[in-house]
Write a protein of this length. Sequence first.
Length: 716
Amino acid sequence: MTDITANVVIGMPSQLFTMARSFKAVTNGKIYIGQIDTDPTNPANQIQVYVENEDGSHVSVSQPIVINSAGYPVYNGQIAKFVTVQGHSMAVYDAYGAQQFYYPNVLKYDPDQLRQQLASSEDGKGDNLVAVKQPVSNAKDRTVHDWLSDIITAKEGENIIADGVNNDAVGINAFLPVLVDENRELLLVPGIYLVNDDITIDIPVTFQPGAIIKPRNGAQLTFNSEIRAGCYKIFDTEDDFYAEPEAKTSIKITGVNVRPEWFGATTISDVNAILNIADSSSAFRKVFRATTGDFKPINSTSYRSEFICKKIELSNGHYRMDKPTTHGFYKNGIFYKIDGGGYTGKGMGNSILVYTALQYEGNSFFDFSYGSWEMHELTGFKCTAYNPLEDDPYYARVGAIMLFGSTDSLITNEIWASGAKYIRNDPDGTRRGGVGIQFESLVDHSFCNLLIEHCINGIAFSSCISTGVNIKGFSNTISDFAFGNFIPEWPPVSEQTTSNIISISGLESKACGATPLFFGTNENNVVITGLLIDGRAEASLSTVTYQAIGISKSGGVHGSISGIAVNTNYGLIDDIGTGSAGSTGKTLYLNFVISGVYGSIGSEFSVINITNPQSRLNVILSLSNSSLPAMLSYSSYSTLSLSSLHVDGGTQDALIEVKSGNLIINSLDDSGSTYGKLAYVEDSVLIMPAIIISTNRNIIKGANGVIKTPSIIDFL
């Protein structure tokens, strides 16, 4: 009888069957066993009783059970162990048939029923029968059921296996309404949740480490509420947005910011070990599409992201990026635009995207273009180029490290770019390429704290309406701040019809190899204050900066620029004869302190070199320690207020040379300068207050030179 669980010993509490009124054995007495609260002498109420052998086997016996002369129950004359399977009533009779004892319920509990009840999932049973109390002050008594019900995991739901083989979508879809009714979250414990059908989740979701959702068979999961997960992988998708950037996304997240780590991205602290971690490029494409949803048509040529994007949260460390990162894009005659969103990192020196494809010659590594409608904000990270396996591990041939194009409502704060070093020369000699950050066709753009270093051209603005503060360029080869599109794949700068409206407060240039501020295109309307230029080399005291402001043959600028420049070779500005430093009706206002100009003296060199008659300037200049004269002007109409100290007079031995047009000197303080003549005037008119002219300030007239004061028509 191996199927019997007989574990209840039949016996009196004293372990000896004695008389009720005297301490002697119930000799030849009888024991009856029955159902609880019944008369066990009635055969209808009796339950089965067994003898348990030494080997643990059981033999059923009939009732009543006989008591020997010593007071012990016997079977076939032998003292035996009698057992049954449940709680019971018991009656004890003496040899004369008189009842000595009756117990309506010997055990008060049923062992087998307890086992069954503890194993039962019925309400009120199972863990509802076990108490628990936490070992803390003022803890209350609870059942294990109440305690465990504080946390309900996804695996509590039927048909949710999380083995990566069985489809969990049916179980999850059935379990979600229950969780909603109970005001619960969806808690995913470790396991692979294969999903072959669409799921929409409107409640918070928590992913424990090791819990991964694996959408397949075209399934799409939409998260409309909070996702709680750390910096570890929680999604395993097959999306390939490099092959099909417009394809439907497997994961849509509308409610919260997201992390690239959720899609498999990883970081490393040591950039020299960047190739030891996996490529994160695909993870970045996936995480961005998760924040945009699918693209919906606006019209036949324009699509927009399904919903307003949330931000992508970057971690501390270096991400390995083997492929470029694009966001909005243009394909097959259709614009795919993004609505809001962006990136937020831990700081420009803490969250770093390291692009390793140094031979890539496309437009950019990080392309954030075609943003529309809602605000786009990118803050607190760095993009750089580095591959330790290359001969020059920092030399990238990409057009720009970062490109922000065709976007309105854009904020760029705390961004750092470095490593673009490929140069391409335009037919007019303009050197392009190697841009740190290219801003192209932006509206409502604001920026703050941008750093660009070790590039050819630092930051470039083209067709932008931008305002901001604090840009710093360090050791860039050609320019720190350029105007025009300097990506080589674009048409030459001379062919670009761009217009910029730019306001900047705070530009800092250190060790730029040419002209920190360069205007490659013509229509540049600027207000620039706080321009600080130090032209000394990165690791020595030698002067490497050519000139503070450069203008290409077809470039131009108007508005106002003010600042300080120290240690340059050729001073402040040169319009090179065809560029426009201001123009008719569009004066360029310059207010500068220039110190330390060390270039070689030449016949057409000065701190301010204006050789295009169409240029129009209004200059306030404090100049000291210069080997070049203050100004050479061919301008039809310009003005100058000058304070000079220790300034050489150049080939004409003159502080100012006017060779065409008209120049008005509003004020002059020239103490301590070593020039021989105040001015040389040829084929032009020089106008100045009479008080400036003295025997110590000689003015030489060349052919057709005229010197005037406001009250004297012709002084000489």
